[in-house]
Design a protein around this ligand. Sequence first.
Ligand code: NDP
Ligand code: MG
Length: 334
Amino acid sequence: MPAEMFYDKDADLSLLKKKLIAILGYGSQGHAHAQNLRDSGCNVIVAELPGTANYDQAVKDGFEPVSAAGAVEQADVITILLPDEIQADVFRSEIRDNLSPGNVLVCSHGFNVHFNQFQIPEGVATVLVAPKGPGHLVRSEFVKGGGVPCLLALGPNADDRARKIGLAYAKGIGGTRAGVIETTFAEETETDLFGEQVVLCGGLAALIKAGYETLVEAGYQPEMAYFECMHEVKLIVDLFYQGGLNYMRYSVSNTAEYGDYTRGPRIVTDETKAEMKRILAEIRKGQFAREWILENKAGAPSFKALRRLEREHPIEEVGRQLRRLMTWIDAKEV
Ligand code: NDP
Ligand code: MG
């Protein structure tokens, strides 16, 4: 069933105008929500950590950042835009005891609410307003007069009043200019984790590495393997983005199109799909959440080790050299 969409006419910004909105965290999403809401005529305060680059950025953008505890105490609508893995700790230490009945808690990803990491007090309604794009795009589209599509979901204690505030919030950040889709915390959290693990980050990175390794192990030059298996991914993905699989197939050669139909299914096999189903089951049962939460509580030892090992993959060194030659790329180093 296609989702119902909501637009500017379905949302009433005046519901937010007499309220104070606290944006906790001035990072990717936070800087965009805070500035878009302020430009939409809302009262916004920002919470950031003194001495950090994002604190200075908030000051530069005309805010006077306070602590999370201080912001929550004053505000009616509180948006948690802190890194997901620290939200539960900050919720316990700075947020929970400063919430009061009637407050609306907004988040942009459902992980902590869906996996019960917040003990939300009675009378505090929880809604999800999640732009389907990175913060810089949420800001730049808004400035141009557009917006990034948003998801809306009702969480603990959310009633129709909270839903209307969520829609108004989506309007304030520009989301209803593009369209708002209603979902649930479970659907948003589970599909988000599944997408990043199986397709976007995990699946794609593993596919690229395996393709690269296969060519290099067969004696081809690493530079050739890099161009074929990594660099050109963007060209193909841009076609998907603009016109779906069909447009890619229309645009590439007939030879490439035939190879796609006949060889693709030998790479992503029934076994691959069965593994996808097991990964989805781990997400739904909270197994992945438990693993990631405990990993962070232990100081993230395997996360940090994996990060180091992956950084040393030969494709990274070859890529670094080649990207330097392509000045138009805007090459990044982390
Ligand atoms: P970022 O890491 O970019 O920003 C978080 C900010 O919070 C940082 O500036 C951080 O400071 C600050 N911070 C950390 N601790 C505190 C504290 N105790 N008090 C005040 N500020 C603090 O996060 P994102 O914007 O990427 O993510 C925020 C939320 O938005 C997450 O739930 C995420 O899932 C969701 N989301 C993100 C999207 C994205 O594209 N980035 C897309 C859709 C949703 P410092 O840098 O010094 O640590
Ligand atoms: Mg995501």
